[in-house]
Design a protein around this ligand. Structure first.
Ligand SMILES: *Cc1c(COP(=O)(O)O)cnc(C)c1O
Length: 483
């Protein structure tokens, strides 16, 4: 068992970091005697220097995109340019009180409103949708809004719809969302090319289907070549097409979901347009709609009237408010900064590099790992460690091994339809040298598996936390003494 030293372990009786001014009010006044403690709190006693060192060292124990290659498939940890941080941190933006906007100070808020309107417009341009709302606070939140709007649409038409069709290669939040809004989920299996089986889909498509939710590219990293046919068939039943664009990295600047015929899209700007997320910060899941669904957009948005920017509220058919104010405004600013800096060509090139990098990894590793769908992939590739099973080595073992060599683990055991899945997303910013170092390490892992598999169970050897029991850790979280 390894333990992490806590600040309490470092405490030395009587040591001080700061000297507080003497109390200048009577102790019991204000609070009342009953609320005053009788014994001193057991706070750690340390010098300022010891505190600074303790937290600096702790912060360096984390994996982060600023320190490590972070090839997390599906969840996309891309580099977050420092200029985007700087812009989001500017006082004129960061210190704004959101109530200024909602309480009618639109004159003073023109800059902030303009930034939101610009993001709405540029997202429309990138995706080919008619209108955007930046208010959802994450991808799953955007999905829920999207399906709520679809639901409102069907109700407004007097339709009775029961089902949402979801392929088995979609992100897990898709069926969860459909169920949350009250639909039954029909799952369609993938065909031998890793795409939704078209015949099976056709057999299930009827007038009781409210929507078809596609994760594009799907979680195998594959773009469905029959996407237009799927849209047309769904529309012939007046079902809505939902595009899970959490990860637009492969197609931005290349294909526009609105042009294909999608009715709703959500984007995770925290996966596509910079922004640290997960443990690193909040996200944002703006939602775009076609003209048909525009009347159902939530409160609140921004519109430009002449030279002035003004708040818009939802119309009579709006699904209402889904988040306070404008969602995570700081994340919207980072996304706008990123898109503006890259420009149209940069966005297009970024997609090309994301795809090139993923395919480079796929081709370098294809002789060493099983690749269940070994075709041109989009921004991520999915390998399987199942060939190492006879050595007793699992995808989790590979993930743990990589940590000791300074690589964040790729996503493992997802997508669920691939045994011993290892899902790798390098993103567009990684250099060939970094990617080669990673591939070399993956190949070394396979070699070690064949030569001395027992070693694997001992990784990671250099980190504070070794192999926690994930299930137990969730149920009995103890951040002080990890096992
Ligand atoms: C990450 C992701 C989501 C969920 O987004 P959150 O911001 O985590 O709620 C949905 N779909 C896909 C394809 C994703 O990769």
């Amino acid at each position: 068992m390894r333990t992490i030293e806590t600040i309490f372990d470092l405490s030395v009786e009587g040591r001080r970091g700061v000297k507080l001014p003497a109390l200048d009010v009577p102790v019991s006044e204000g609070l009342g005697q009953a609320l005053c403690r009788e014994t001193a709190a057991a706070l750690p006693q340390m010098s300022e220097l010891d505190v600074v060192r303790h937290y600096t060292n702790l912060s360096a124990k984390n994996f982060s995109i600023d320190k490590n290659f972070y090839p997390l498939g599906s969840c996309t940890m891309k580099y977050n340019p420092k200029i985007a941080e700087k812009i989001a941190g500017m006082e004129g933006f960061a210190a704004l009180h959101p109530h200024l906007i909602t309480n009618g100070f639109t004159e003073e808020m023109q800059g902030a409103l303009e930034s939101i309107e610009r993001l709405q417009s540029v997202l429309c341009e990138i995706t080919g949708m008619q209108a955007f709302t930046t208010t959802p606070q994450a991808g799953a939140h955007g999905e829920m809004l999207g399906i709520m709007m679809i639901d409102a649409y069907h109700r407004s038409k007097g339709h009775k719809r029961k089902y949402v069709i979801v392929p088995d290669s979609s992100h897990g939040t898709n069926p969860a969302t459909a169920a949350m809004v009250g639909y039954q989920v029909i799952t369609i299996k993938s065909d031998e090319n890793g795409m939704m089986d078209f015949e099976a889909f056709k057999a299930k498509m009827n007038d009781e289907v409210a929507a078809v939710m596609l994760t594009v590219p799907n979680t195998l990293g594959i773009y469905n070549k029959r996407i237009k046919e799927i849209c047309d068939l769904a529309h012939s039943h007046d079902a809505m097409m939902y595009y899970d664009g959490a990860n637009l990295n492969a197609i931005m600047g290349r294909v526009r979901p609105g042009d294909i015929g999608f009715d709703v899209i959500h984007l995770n700007v925290h996966k596509t347009f910079a922004t640290p997320h997960g443990g690193g910060g909040p996200g944002s899941g703006p939602v775009g709609v076609s003209r048909t669904l525009e009347p159902f957009l939530p409160d609140i948005g921004v519109a430009k009237h002449g030279e002035q920017y003004a708040l818009t509220t939802g119309g009579a058919q709006s699904v209402g408010k889904i988040s306070p104010f404008f969602g995570n405004y700081g994340i919207s600013l980072r996304a706008l900064a990123y898109i503006t800096i890259l420009g149209a060509n940069g966005i297009r090139n970024s997609a090309a590099k994301a795809v090139l990098n993923a395919n480079y990894i796929r081709v370098r590793l294809r002789e060493h790992f099983d690749i269940p769908y070994d075709t041109l992939c989009m921004h991520e590739c999915v390998l399987s460690a199942k060939t190492l099973a006879k050595e007793g080595v699992t995808a989790m073992d590979i993930a743990k091994y990589l940590l000791d060599f300074g690589f964040h683990a790729p996503t493992v055991y997802f997508p669920l339809i691939v045994k011993e899945a290892i899902m790798i997303e390098p993103t567009e910013t990684e250099s060939k040298q970094t990617i080669d170092r990673f591939c070399d390490r993956m190949i070394a892992a396979v070699k070690l598996a064949h030569e001395d598999a027992s070693q694997f169970k001992t990784y990671p050897r250099t980190l504070g936390v070794c192999r926690p029991d994930d299930t137990l850790a969730i149920k009995q979280l103890n951040v002080r003494q990890p096992l």
